[in-house]
Design a binder for this molecule. Sequence first.
Ligand code: SIN
Length: 277
Amino acid sequence: MEVQTLTPHLGAKVQGIDLSKSLTDDQFSELKALIVRYGVLVFPGQKLSQDDHKRFAAMFGDLHVHPMHHTRPDIDPHILTVKTDKNSAYTAGNGWHTDVTCDERPPAFSALYMKEVPECGGGDTLFANMYLAYELLSDAMKDFLGGLTATHDGGLPYVGAYKSTPPEGGYPVSKHPVIAKHPESGKPVLYVNSGFTARIDGLNPLESRSILDMLYRFIESTPRLTARVVWEPGMLTLWDNRCTQHHAIWDYYPHSRYGERVSVVAEHRPEAFVSGG
Ligand code: SIN
């Protein structure tokens, strides 16, 4: 495998591996080490059937079923289509977020396979490094946020932005630590995102809104946190949701973009980072 970093701290392009074939244990261990190290891996030039895509993702964990799939019993529950064209009211993921953090055990990894890119160019995806986001906070802010939890609510994007009909009982709502410990690296990450985080628990509404807005503004206004994936048809990008956020840029209206995403569920729910622990 040839590995070329996208930025010094986030993302790598991996060539010389055919993901349509079953991977050997050594290949898988190498890829696992790479994704934990770089957070985002880009594999250009792949030719994958839906079964290949799911087999590859399943090496990283149990396949995730997206909460919005309750309305679509007619489709494969493990494949989330990411489709935008001139009739789309929104583009999924067109804002900084981490996938499905409303779930009690959110996806650890997502693998998006791009089949069609806009003919006018654009449609890139930005990723941001949440280890670095944590590191760049002041010590006082790290101390303040450490030990807090936040509520992540699926209703925010799925009803609020996408206007979908919730299942009986509503979309999932979960509490997660604001500063989480990455289960594999053991390092702290900032774990709130503008897609799903509704409030920081224990603060009054104005305090919670102000702190969340400050953190989101910090992510949006700090380009050094990011790496940019410029898609080609046949490219698969694998990302670690436990230490990254991403933003799909909708800059190509009225053109079309089409991909399919398979995600895998984290083994455990996110754990708080305890400084010195
Ligand atoms: C997503 O998984 O949020 C979609 C990402 C993309 O379309 O680039």
